[in-house]
Each structure stands twice: as structure tokens, then as C-alpha cells.
Design a binder for this molecule. Sequence first.
Ligand code: G6P
Length: 608
Amino acid sequence: MCGIVGYLGNKDAVDVLIGGLKRLEYRGYDSAGIAVQNGTGVNMVKEVGKIRNLEAALENTPLKGNVGIGHTRWATHGEPNQNNAHPHTDGSGNIVLIHNGIIENYASLKKMLEDKGHTFKSETDTEILVHLIEEFYTDDFEAAVRKALHEVDGTYGIAVVSTYMPDHIFVARKGSPIVIGVGKDEYFVASDVTPLVQYTRDVFYLDDYEMAIISKKGVTTKTIENKKIKKNVERVTIELESIEKGGFDHFMLKEIYEQPKTIMDAMRGRIIKDEGIVKLGGLEAVADRLIKARKIIITASGTSWHAALLGEYLIEEFCRIPVEVEYASEFRYRNPIVGEDDVIIAISQSGETADTLAALREGKRKGALVLGVVNAVGSTIARETDAGVYIHAGPEIGVASTKAFTSQVTVLTLITLMIARRLNMSSETGKAMVDELLRIPEKVQIILHQNDYIRDFARRYTDERNFLYLGRGFNFPVALEGALKLKEISYIHAEGYPAAEMKHGPIALIDKDMPVVFLATKDAIYDKVISNIEEVKARGGRIICIATQGDDVIQKYADHVIYVPETLKALTPLLSVIPLQLLSYHVAVMRGCDVDQPRNLAKSVTVE
Ligand code: G6P
């Protein structure tokens, strides 16, 4: 949510900033701007829309310099227009600031500043912060920044440049991620590592209430209380090709196609096949507490919440430990019953989702063991949990999550196996499950071979207004995820429901204009799902079925069938979700939607 970049060194700052903003564009893309220092002045260009619009504006107004900051925005306060785009300046134009997060007490601060004679050009909360710095500045700029940060409630990741301190960038963090890249005689600032890796792999992360003062002489790190601190430089290992499209039309399609590999990567080195057991290094130290848990609470947002729901189905079925699944945004505010015998698992691709982070902090405060299932290495959730398991899916750039979902479900299956084998699961069942889990990547590949078929029939569904997704058991969370994928990227309204629950409401919607996607793979409740399909067919609904390879009978009920290979019931979601990802992708592309950057959404939601 909002992308921040900064550069100080010998390169052309505009090139670095624009390149960086393009890598961060998935975080927000309604407007963008950069400010570059040149001698003692700071010049700025901002534009509404994507980074390409900003590039075009820079052709008319070129900027030159070796120090600068840039921002790509996801609007919170004020509509996307040029005034509201970042960077923002103080009244004198000497202080220039970019911000990710929300200043919650901006209204009272604005009133106070207006009373003192400040006038504002935008409707943003951010502009208040830059005016506060102006208000506090006398002769020590750094002190003014610190003082301003003490006044604001809410969250911030900021970068500031000023004519008062040429060739310096001031950055600070509370709640919104900031990483600093250390090169040779140059420094980079960003919201995540993707803009940095082409220049340097040496990075360090700011923690909450920390700031860095970057100049040609080096970086000083301190708390906003002005206490010097030492940060450890870490090595980032992600490969450049993992953040490029690599010949695919969209990141989303590339990421769908990566799944045979990413699912395998989630399992690599973690399975002892002959014994049917799972070893998760990150959980070794807490394994005893985990298997003795009175209750496990899994908390997450968005697609990760759907993975959490599957976690409940898996853990309750195989470990017999009670599981609750909570929307992080609800959990954090409802004074949940959590104690020291409970375990909280926070699932997050980005590791930065504000609600999920707040939920895990709430759980921690109440004494629970807090674990993370996270993709982004070094992210805040990964650092704040007591222990955890990385899903190792590599950077996910498409805003709609695909490969992270299947990797999360793979890791939850591993966690389930780890617990269950220590409790009551036999080695025979354990072996059968890990054998089958290891076969999932090749089975995903078989589904991907049907891409052309799915694209061809998707053509018939591009003008729909509504879709219903129905599934039961392990396929119910998949129905939710299928519906979410479609609405996120194609803007077609879609609902996921437990198939049998359809009778209690959604059935009223069924007619020839309501395509219904049934997850009808062969399992113990297959016959029940067929009855639900009959009910829809009797009312003229059009039916798309996800079915198990070899099930010819289903053809007579469905307008279109996508087959997935047979697998164990508990592993079905890893296969049945793949056709739904492809269906959404093709429908959205044919509708002319921007699948990688759908309107109004952002990949990493760092505001609540
Ligand atoms: C946003 C993204 C979703 C994602 C959700 C949770 O809404 O658009 O794709 O599922 O945040 O994100 P997380 O990084 O915590 O998994």
C-alpha cells in the first residue's frame, strides 16, 4: 500500500526512482511523483495514474540530480489527483516528504496548524506531517523531524528531503515498512526489497519508531527518541528474474504457471518420505507447545484467510485440535478469548498486512504462542512472531494472490502432518499423505496444460454480471477463493457458498444469467454435490464443473467441465483452485481489465 523509494549516490536519481517505482507499482497505482535535489533546490513532478504517465510528464519537465525520493500512491485521504499525489511540501517549499500509512489525528493537527497560519494544498493526511516539520524547524532539521513524528498518531513510513540539509534523506518508520539498501557510495530506500536487488543485496530494515539519516558520509540509525542504534546488514537472496515477467503477458499468469515449482519449494527439505514425517526447522523449538495447544486460532486477511480456513479443515481432521479462523480485522478489536495455552497462526503473503500484524500483537499480549506462515522474508510479521514457517513462494507481484495461496496451503498441510504424526496419525497414513503431496506439483502441471481449453470457453462468460461458486468440505474454501479471484480482477460480482447452503438464499438468484461454478471432485460427498447441481440445472442455471479426471457422468450436468487429476480429499484444494485462477485470469483479460493491478486494490495493505 503506497510504494516509497529513495536514492542518494552518484547515479541519475530519476532513473533509479522511476525504475524503483515500477517495481513497487503493485502496492498502489492511482498517482505517482518524484522529487530530486539539485544543488540547493528540490524539484518535483507528480502525475495522476500509473508510472508511465509520470514518465511522460518527466519528458516535458526533466529533473536532474543524484538525490531524490519517489512515491506511488493508493489513496486513503482525498481522491487520486495531482494535488493529493505525493511528494508533499511545506508552505515554503523547502521540505519535501513522501509517506505510506495513515496519520489518524490529522484533523486536529490540521486545525492547530491552520490556526498558526499554515495553508494546505491537498486533502491528504500526509501534508500535515510536512507542515508540522516546518512548524518545528528552527535550526536543527533532524530534531524537527523527530518532534513532528512524536505528534502524530497512526502509521508512517516516510522519506524526507530538504533544502535545509542538502544531500540528506531522512527516513522513519512506524507500522509501514522501510528497507535501506547499502551500495558502494550509494544508498537506496524502499518499501520492500524489489527495487533494490538490481543494485545491491545488502539491506537492513527499520523497526517501529526508528529512523535513518542518510548522507554521502554514510547512514546513521537511531530511535525517534534520538538514541543511536546499530542495525545489522542482511543479504537478500531473491533473484532478479523472480520479479520480472519472463515472457508472460502478466505477472499473474507467470505466477499461476510457477505453482508446480513453488509448491515443491514449500516442501523442499521438509519431508522425510520413508517415515511419513515432516520436519519444520522454524517450529522445532515450539513443537511441544504446539501439539499441546488447547486451541489454535488462525488469523489472516483476503486470500490468506481462505488458506486459513483450509488450515482449520486440515488441523481439525488430522490433529483433532480445535481451530478457530478469524478475520484479522475482527479479531483485533473484539477482545477475543485467548490464553497462554493457545497458539495463534498468522498467515500473510506480504508479512505486512496491518490488521494481521495487529491481530498477532493482540494474541501476543494475551500470552499465546504466535506463529507466522509468511512469504516475504524479513517482513514485519516474520520478525514479530515467536516462530514460523516461510512458504518460499518467491516474490508475488500480481495483486491477486495465486501461488502464495497454494504455498500457504502446502505449508499448512505440512504443519498438520508434523503435529498429527506426533499425536495420533499412523506412519502408514503419514506416508500416504506425503507421497501424494509430493505428486501434487506434477498434477498441477497437468491442469496447466488445459489452459487453452479454459481460455476458449472463458470467452463465453465475459459479459456476465454475476457468478456463483459452490463447493463442500475442503472445496468450500476453494469456492470462496475462486469467487474472490474473479471479482478482484474482472469486476464481475461473484459469491462463494457452501453448495448445500445455496438452498437457503442464493437459489433465488438462479436463472439463465447466473453461471454457477461447482467444485464437484470425487469424494465422500460427491453425490450430495450432484444433487445440488441438479437443483441449479432445474432452474436453468449454466454450470461449469471442476471434476475428477475420469468422471464422465458429470458431463451430462455441465455446460463445461474442467478435469483435475485424482488426489486425496484433503489435498484437493491444491488442484481444484488452479482452473479457477485460470478462468478468472482469462475472463478478466478478455474484458480488458488490468489483471496485475486491478482498480482500487493494493497488494500489501498496510493501513487498517
Ligand atoms: C490484499 C491483497 C490480497 C491479499 C490480502 C492479504 O487484499 O490484494 O491478495 O490476500 O491483502 O494480504 P497478505 O499479504 O497478508 O497475505
